[in-house]
Design a protein around this ligand. Structure first.
Ligand SMILES: N[C@@H](CCC(=O)N[C@@H](CS)C(=O)NCC(=O)O)C(=O)O
Length: 213
C-alpha cells in the first residue's frame, strides 16, 4: 500500500528528524526522499518549486497533494490531521504553539549552529562559536527550570512541543554540551526514548531514499 506521507530531508538535519520522529510516534509510515544537500539539490528548481525557502524538510501529504515546509508548522499540521499530540484543550494547544516558537528562537537556532560548527560543517570565528554555545546553554537552562516537577512541557501528556524540543536536545552532545549537567532534561530525553514508536535519527534518516516499510 502506498504510504500517505513522503518526507524529503537530509540525514544530519535536526528539523528533518523532528518530522520523521513525529510520523514514527504517530505510527504513520512514510517514503523518504534523500535530498543531497552536499550537491546543492535543495537549491535546485525541482526542490525549490515545492520548498520556497530552499531548505529541508519538505513533506508531501498524498491524501490531498499538499507540500508542507517548516518543521514546526509540519508538526502542527500532523497533529491537526491525526488528532494526536496537539494538546488536550485550547489552552494546551496555545502553550504548545508557544513552545514551538520559543524553541526555534532560543534553543534550536543556537544549538544547531553550535553543533554544525563543532562537527566542522561550518567555519566560524571562535567568538561566534562561543556565542552560539552560550546561547544554547541559556536555552537549556530555561528548559531545565520548566521541566522540574513535570513529565512533559505542556499538560499531562506528550505533545508535539516535546517532540520539537527533543529534536534539538538530542543533538546537545554533538554541540559539545553534556546533558548530565541538566538532569531534568536528561530524564525528559529518557521518557521520550521510551515511547512506543521512538526511533533514533540514524534509524529514521538514511543517506539514501527509502520506501516505507
Ligand atoms: N526553520 C526551518 C529550518 C530548516 C533548516 O534550517 N534546514 C537546514 C538543514 S538542517 C537547511 O535546509 N539549510 C539550508 C539552507 O538554509 O539554505 C525548519 O524548522 O524547517
Amino acid at each position: 500500500m502506498t504510504a500517505r506521507f513522503e518526507l524529503h530531508g537530509f540525514a544530519y538535519s535536526g528539523p528533518t528528524y523532528k518530522v520523521a520522529l513525529t510520523l514514527s510516534l504517530m505510527s504513520e509510515s512514510f517514503d523518504y526522499v534523500h535530498v543531497n544537500m552536499m550537491a546543492g539539490e535543495h537549491k535546485q528548481p525541482p526542490h525549490l518549486s515545492r520548498q520556497r525557502y530552499g531548505q529541508v524538510p519538505l513533506l508531501l501529504d498524498r491524501n490531498n497533494g499538499r507540500y508542507l515546509c517548516q518543521s514546526a508548522a509540519i508538526l502542527e499540521y500532523l497533529a491537526d490531521m491525526t488528532g494526536k499530540f496537539g494538546g488536550a484543550s485550547l489552552d494546551e494547544r496555545l502553550q504548545v504553539r508557544e513552545w514551538l516558537y520559543w524553541d526555534f528562537d532560543r534553543l534550536a537556532a543556537p544549538l544547531y549552529k553550535a553543533r554544525v560548527i563543532k562537527l566542522g560543517f561550518r567555519k566560524a570565528p571562535p567568538e561566534v562559536a562561543d556565542d552560539c554555545f552560550q546561547a544554547a546553554k541559556a536555552g537549556l537552562g530555561v528548559l531545565e527550570t520548566h521541566l522540574a516537577g513535570r513529565q512533559w512541557l505542556v499538560g499531562e501528556g506528550m505533545t508535539i512541543a516535546d517532540i520539537d524540543v527533543y529534536g534539538v536536545v538530542a543533538f546537545a552532545g554533538e554541540a559539545g554540551i553534556d546533558l548530565a549537567d541538566y538532569p531534568q532534561i536528561l530524564a525528559f530525553t529518557q521518557r521520550v526514548e521510551a515511547l512506543p514508536g521512538f526511533k533514533a535519527r540514524a534509524d529514521l534518516l538514511p543517506m539514501e531514499s527509502r520506501a516505507a516499510a
